[in-house]
Design a protein around this ligand. Structure first.
Ligand SMILES: [Zn+2]
Ligand SMILES: [Zn+2]
Length: 383
């Protein structure tokens, strides 16, 4: 009674198409009509199902030859279904059957089988530490307290009570998947009895309640290499959570944050600092003690130094974390203007101003007096 489209027509291939051509044609259709790419489009899903159904038959040499000879009716013997019914019940069945074909196309791709009890790597963990500039310069070590899942010692990770062991799932025979007949198709689904694990635990370990792992707080030493910078990450291999079914443990990532320093501003491997000098030091030159990470350092400021002039102290900055060239300290001088003068200082500066023929404010006039003069200038100009 059913009217089904010809499978070759559905896949747009000729009757003598090679298995490669059939596979290629199906992939093309399945990707174009993939539910992830066509959300809410029922017609696309129908096309996706129809293509899968056609491919299910034409990709199987035996089924294909029966189909060629007897048409749709020739398939009634497969899976015990009727010729008219069948098809995949939902797209998940298709993913279970052909999911591998979609790998590498960036689809979320429905469910994947649990894969039985194959070894799985443990989850990675992440934490952070703060170091100050001196610790970053010389390297340091830190003690970390990490809460993580470790293999249960009572059951050695099996999840079964000591003396017993997990048993092979009867329902799926340990494969984690079962093949069910739906219509005239045989489709693979995750085993409902063991949820894909392939084994069942009758007597659960009382320590870990059958999970195979327990939570534990561990103390770890982490070595921070000299030259570490803000935002860098250290990786402690194998210090994450325990793996499953004999898989390796995950890793522990440590994010490093650098505390700000009072004097130095770090830019990569260089350390910048501002050093105030007086006008006379800048004009006449001076010997200064400037800060470094290992104490004061002599710096000669030559006569005639201009504001914001930078002096580079080679090799006194931060070490390189990979052992390359050490950075510098960059000293930028800032010329300070005194906000209070002694009588003698003022006398000398006035003398200097006269020498330079510069107009300066008259002696001892306060700011408020100057403001009064300023306003007074408006009334005089009106007259
Ligand atoms: Zn099972
Ligand atoms: Zn246990």
């Amino acid at each position: 009674m059913s009217t089904k489209r010809d499978f070759y027509e559905v896949l747009c291939v000729s009757r003598d198409a090679t298995p490669e051509q059939i596979k290629k044609a199906f992939k093309k259709l399945a990707i174009a009509n993939h539910p992830d790419r066509n959300p809410g489009d029922d017609e696309a899903i129908e096309r996706f199902k129809a293509a899968s159904e056609a491919y299910e038959v034409l990709s199987d040499e035996n089924k294909r030859s029966r189909y060629d000879r007897y048409g749709h009716a020739g398939l009634s013997g497969f899976g015990g279904g009727s010729a008219g019914g069948g098809g995949f019940h939902d797209v998940n069945d298709i993913f279970d059957a052909f999911g591998d074909l979609f790998e590498g196309f960036g689809f979320g791709g429905g469910r994947r089988g649990g894969g039985g009890n194959r070894p799985r790597k443990g989850a990675s963990l992440r934490t952070s530490i703060k170091v100050d500039l001196h610790e970053a310069a010389s390297g340091c070590s830190r003690t970390l307290e990490i809460e993580r899942n470790v293999q249960c010692t009572t059951c050695s990770g099996s999840g079964a009570k000591p003396g017993s062991s997990p048993e092979k799932c009867d329902y799926c025979g340990g494969h984690g998947k079962v093949v069910q007949s739906q219509g005239f198709f045989r489709v693979q689904t995750t085993c409902p009895a063991c949820r894909g694990a392939g084994q069942v635990i009758h007597d659960k370990c009382s320590t870990c309640h059958g999970t195979g792992h327990t939570s534990q707080t561990d103390t770890l030493e982490v070595n921070v290499p000299a030259g570490i910078d803000d935002g860098m990450q250290l990786c402690l291999r194998g210090e994450g959570e325990a793996g499953q079914h004999g898989g390796p443990p995950g890793d522990l990532y440590v994010d490093v944050h650098l505390k700000p320093h009072k004097i130095f501003e770090r830019r990569d491997k260089d350390l910048y600092c501002h050093v105030p000098i007086t006008y006379t030091q800048a004009a006449l030159g001076a010997e200064l003690d400037v800060p470094t990470l290992s104490g004061p350092h002599n710096l000669t400021v030559p006569a005639g130094t201009q504001p914001n002039k930078q002096f580079r102290l080679k090799g006194l900055g931060m070490p390189d974390v990979h052992g390359r060239r050490t950075g510098d300290i960059v000293v930028e001088v800032q010329i300070e203007v005194p906000n209070k003068l002694t009588e003698r200082q003022e006398e000398l500066l006035r003398e200097l101003a006269e020498l330079e023929h510069k107009h300066v404010s008259p002696h001892r006039k306060t700011f408020f007096e100057s403001v009064k003069d300023y306003f007074a200038s408006f009334t005089t100009s009106d007259e």
